[in-house]
Design a protein around this ligand. Structure first.
Ligand code: 5GP
Length: 240
């Protein structure tokens, strides 16, 4: 599989075309940013941890019946995926109150809501990814009502698969962000990585943050925290 032109030059992932029209190579980097790229750093081996974590999670999702763009892991830092037309909308699932929701609603971090909370955000860097609702998503032409129903259904499934998976390795899945894309045949798939860069993972025993919040809040030990998630996931048979 040869690597062609770059088609997405992100901070933590770069996406390249290949000699097969419907496939891309996703490469994970060691770069990390926060607060709309104001804060930047390089975390040794973050690309490897995130690529492996994301690959293991996609395998678990596929086994659980959630279609993703992931095909297979190619190397320590690269994976082969289907080319998807990514919808500029983030779907955030919150099992525990943290981050921006704690601030927005004046709630205590760590509060467990009656049921998971779902947020939609319009992906726009200049607008800082504003929160939208179903009506905005449809009126803006991002998705149809039918597609949104499928997206919510798949997102519920993702949460139902990942919560127990992480609980089994002593980690609370606090929240995560995913994006969806359309394949060439129009099918909707999860077209995003799920890693400590876009999810919150808390150690169930100690409460230690095992995700990007360590970087956001200058807690240090960012690489070791990502490595912990990677090492624990590796012990789960279902994700191999
Ligand atoms: P919050 O709303 O607290 O900022 O984020 C909720 C969850 O979604 C966190 O796990 C956070 O990492 C993830 N998230 C929200 N927006 C983004 C984004 O633009 N990029 C990434 N990578 N993750 C995001």
């Amino acid at each position: 599989m040869s690597r062609d032109e770059i088609i997405h030059d992100g901070v933590s992932i770069k996406i390249y075309g290949t000699d097969e029209e419907d496939k891309v190579i996703v490469r994970f980097t060691d770069d990390i940013t926060a607060y709309y790229k104001i804060k930047k750093a390089v975390i040794k081996d973050k690309g490897l941890y995130c690529n492996c974590i994301s690959s293991m999670i996609c395998r678990a999702l596929e086994k659980g019946g959630v279609p993703t763009y992931f095909i297979r892991q190619l190397s320590d830092t690269e994976q082969l995926c289907y080319r998807a037309d990514v919808i500029p909308m983030e779907v955030i699932v919150r099992n525990v109150i943290a981050g921006s929701l704690a601030q927005r609603l004046g709630l205590q971090e760590g509060t467990v809501p009656e049921s998971p909370i779902y947020d939609l955000c319009y992906k726009s860097e200049p607008l800082c990814d504003p929160i939208i609702n179903d009506y905005h998503a449809i009126a803006l032409g991002l998705v149809t009502r039918e597609e949104l129903d499928v997206i919510y259904d798949l997102t519920h499934k993702v949460n139902d698969i990942l919560r127990p998976l992480f609980a089994g390795i002593g980690i609370t899945l606090v929240d995560f962000k995913i994006e969806f894309g359309r394949l060439a045949d129009g099918r909707l798939v999860v077209a995003d990585e799920i890693t400590p860069d876009n999810a919150r993972f808390w150690d169930m025993e100690t409460g230690m943050r095992l995700d990007k919040d360590r970087f956001r809040h200058d807690n240090g030990q960012v690489g070791p925290a990502y490595k912990t998630v990677y090492e624990r996931l590796k012990t789960v048979a279902d994700v191999q």
